[in-house]
Design a protein around this ligand. Structure first.
Ligand SMILES: Cc1cc2nc3c(=O)[nH]c(=O)nc-3n(C[C@H](O)[C@H](O)[C@H](O)COP(=O)(O)OP(=O)(O)OC[C@H]3O[C@@H](n4cnc5c(N)ncnc54)[C@H](O)[C@@H]3O)c2cc1C
Length: 473
């Protein structure tokens, strides 16, 4: 009998557990596991910019994830080949030279990644089949109660339908052993330094009180820590809008985005926690948020290239530079933009505010904001990022113009003492706790500059601060 060789082409599913690509109906004799870093991600997307789409925080996290995955694969008798280039071309070249029986790949919500799969399929030799599976979602596309092109236009309708008609399957176990490496197949894993010096040298600002480390074991540690040691499923709904500290939300996002952790693994652990302590609104809400993630991914699959807007990205302008350089003069915005740049992560509340501020107050094209997030975020995923930006900008599916965040009101509500802003902008520590810290140009005009924009919508909240001062006296 001829020996068979399969290729597992990994993208954002960098784990051995709950990975359908590593479960075979007919196990091959030999297996090559492959990751190809798309060289386009190391290039700029905006005219006149040098900043690459893939920034240092995420690239570093990605490399940590790949290194650990390689260790897990080696332990099971396999290995991981890492290349940089055109993913479709690399897959076709390897499938041809190894005379592969099958290339196994997970569907991707990004249209570039999907196009890579289609291009690879077109270039594969006739003897090689392409196996495509869903991976990482709560509900696979085939199990959804509607066809993709009939995806409900709002999240609420999607959630109601899915909650009523779908069961979330349990995660698959990790394989104990895997087929050996193909005879004569290349091996190799370029060190991060050779890919990008900046990423190799990049260190997160540890003031955030939390450092993300890529890989499946760190993902599982966080899952265990948040649910069982922090008891986060008991309080998540109340704390999730927090801004400071390590545990106000799950912080699963970087691992979910690179697939070091699957949504089903999280659901499974939440169910185990509920079996022990009883279900509650907070435990339900963690899975509710994961349904948002599923929804954005399905919407991105449907949108294709239009997810990114119709035209090419505009050039950066002065208002955009003020925003990305944390120089707007609005502490709530500048603190979040500093945190983003220095750590690669900000809370959902901060993301919503900085996005709304850029689009609605500074009137900058939302796509520049989405692109900057793509560069900075450690947890960037194409569907969640571009989908959330569209949602806030009020374009695309479920468009509404009323998604305006009054950032002064938000700051007063979510950071009433001004602890968050002073944490990232220590000059504010000289001001008393309270709303003054959110409008320092009024309280200490000689020390703090006027904000770059003063929308009418803020007036009521500026007055609220005056009332606060007067009552305080
Ligand atoms: C402008 C903007 C851009 C965003 N870009 C991304 C992105 O690139 N990658 C990303 O993972 N999330 C993105 N989000 C969604 C959300 O902000 C993050 O998922 C969340 O803050 C991550 O922190 P967490 O893991 O503690 O989330 P938790 O609050 O603990 O939620 C648990 C998980 O649910 C999912 N989730 C929660 N909220 C959302 C949401 N609104 N959309 C999609 N999934 C959600 C995430 O997988 C998250 O890890 C964005 C939100 C906004 C407003």
């Amino acid at each position: 009998m001829n020996s068979t060789t399969d290729i597992v082409w990994l993208q954002d599913n960098l784990r051995v557990a709950d990975n359908p690509l590593l479960h075979f109906e007919h196990c091959p004799h030999q297996l090559l596991c492959l990751y190809v870093l798309d060289q386009r991600w190391l290039q700029a997307a905006v005219p006149g910019e040098k900043t690459p789409r893939l920034g240092p925080a995420r690239l570093r996290f990605l490399w940590q994830s790949l290194m650990e995955l390689r260790g897990e694969l080696l332990r099971r008798g396999s290995d991981l080949l890492v290349r940089i280039g055109d993913p479709a071309a690399v897959v076709v070249e390897l499938a041809t030279s190894l005379d592969a029986r099958e290339v196994r790949v997970a569907e991707h919500s990004g249209c570039e990644e999907s196009k890579n799969i289609t291009r690879a399929a077109a270039g594969l030799p006739d003897s090689c089949r392409l196996y495509r599976a869903d991976s990482g979602y709560l509900i696979d596309a085939a199990a959804l109660p509607f066809e993709l092109d009939a995806l409900p236009s709002s999240f609420s309708a999607f959630r109601r339908s899915v909650e009523k008609q779908c069961e979330i399957p349990p995660p698959l176990p990790a394989p104990v052993t895997l087929p050996g490496w193909p005879d004569g197949a290349p091996r190799g894993f370029p060190p991060l330094r050779s890919v990008c010096e900046t990423s190799a040298a990049w260190q997160p600002d540890n003031r955030q009180g939390f450092v993300f480390v890529g890989g499946e074991s760190a993902a599982n540690d966080r899952l265990q820590h948040y649910l069982w040691r922090q008891n986060g499923a008991e309080s998540y709904k109340k704390t999730r809008n927090g801004l400071l500290g390590a545990n106000f939300s799950t912080r699963f996002s970087p691992w979910l985005s690179r697939g070091c952790l699957s949504a089903r693994q999280v659901n499974h652990e939440v169910k185990a926690w509920e079996a022990e302590f009883g279900s509650c609104e907070s435990s339900y809400w963690i899975v509710f948020e994961l349904l948002w993630r599923d929804y954005f991914h399905r919407a991105a699959q449907l949108e294709g290239a239009s997810l990114f807007g119709r035209d090419s990205l505009p050039a950066a302008n002065a208002a955009f530079d003020t925003w990305r350089n944390a120089d707007t003069g609005v502490p709530f915005i500048d603190a979040a933009m500093l945190e983003l740049r220095r750590t690669g992560w900000i809370s959902n509340r901060a993301r919503q505010n900085v996005a709304s501020f850029l689009v609605k107050d500074l009137q900058v094209d939302w796509r520049l904001g989405a692109w900057w997030f793509e560069h900075c975020l450690i947890d960037y995923d194409v569907a969640s990022n571009w989908g959330n930006w569209r949602y806030i900008a009020g374009v695309g599916r479920d468009p509404r113009q009323d998604r305006y965040f009054n950032v002064l009101k938000q700051a007063g509500h979510y950071d009433p003492k001004g602890l968050y802003v002073a944490y990232w902008l220590p000059a504010l520590e000289s001001l008393p706790y309270g709303l003054e810290r959110h409008q320092p140009w009024r309280v200490a005009p000689s020390q703090f500059k006027q904000p770059c924009v003063l929308p009418d919508e803020w007036q009521r909240w500026l007055i609220a601060a005056t009332e606060f001062e007067e009552t305080d006296e």
